[in-house]
Write a protein that binds this ligand. Sequence first.
Ligand SMILES: Nc1nc2c(ncn2[C@@H]2O[C@H](COP(=O)(O)OP(=O)(O)OP(=O)(O)O)[C@@H](O)[C@H]2O)c(=O)[nH]1
Length: 257
Amino acid sequence: MTSIIPASSKDLGQHRNRNGLPGNGQPKNENKISERIRARLVAEDVSFLANDNIAEHIQPGELKELEVEVADRVRELLQSLVIDIDNDHNTQETAERVARMYLNEVFKGRFYEQPDVTSFPNTKDLDEIYTVGPITVRSACSHHLVPILGNCWIGIKPGSRVIGLSKFARVADWVFSRPHIQEEAVMILADEIERLCEPKGLGIIVKAQHYCMKWRGVKEPNTSMVNSVVRGVFRHDPSLKQEFFELVRQQESTLGA
Ligand SMILES: Nc1nc2c(ncn2[C@@H]2O[C@H](COP(=O)(O)OP(=O)(O)OP(=O)(O)O)[C@@H](O)[C@H]2O)c(=O)[nH]1
């Protein structure tokens, strides 16, 4: 249902600029923890785009070091904004707070492993469609790093495995807690849910407001974006797809206003 903004192809999988220097052209500083993690990712040819999860490439204790480095950078950003952080009582600890917020809260889906999800065999061959929602999703747009806030509905026609209802909310929170565009967030969430419970049919709808459109820029306070993905039998059987959308419509009048 959605089309994805083509990413700037010159950046994909490409970690050197035209001077042959990594990233922004600054000489490599191997002492920085971010550079050590980055070097590891490049050596292993692992993607580390804004909405990728890199938890398995971060060693114990490194996240704490990263927090110190990010706080240093945020402090420099505040100084570049000509804020008197030495004398301004309100911004004394802002750098540390922002670092903690990025690494452990709003972008935790990049730095932490997926929450534990137990899956059970579908021994009774359950095959009725069910939907779960609204699940609150919180993200940030990759372009301006300002919030995307909305709701998500997930529909399942069970396959070989079953997972607990609360796990859909936990996995959605983990996936959305990264810088994203909404179209890609929905696809990544669908990939994770397919991997976890191998459903015969999967449908996801997300309705969200983008603060880059609300708070700044075009300043449209009420505009939202709705997108969806349907997979498996929901994609191939129009009546099942219809049933999924109808169940969600009944659950919440999502597609109306
Ligand atoms: N398709 C899509 N676009 C998004 C999403 N989040 C933000 N955008 C848009 O992506 C665009 C960002 O790129 P630019 O057009 O270069 O940004 P800008 O010049 O600051 O644009 P304005 O927001 O119009 O001021 C903006 O139009 C955003 O509204 C998303 O999840 N999906």
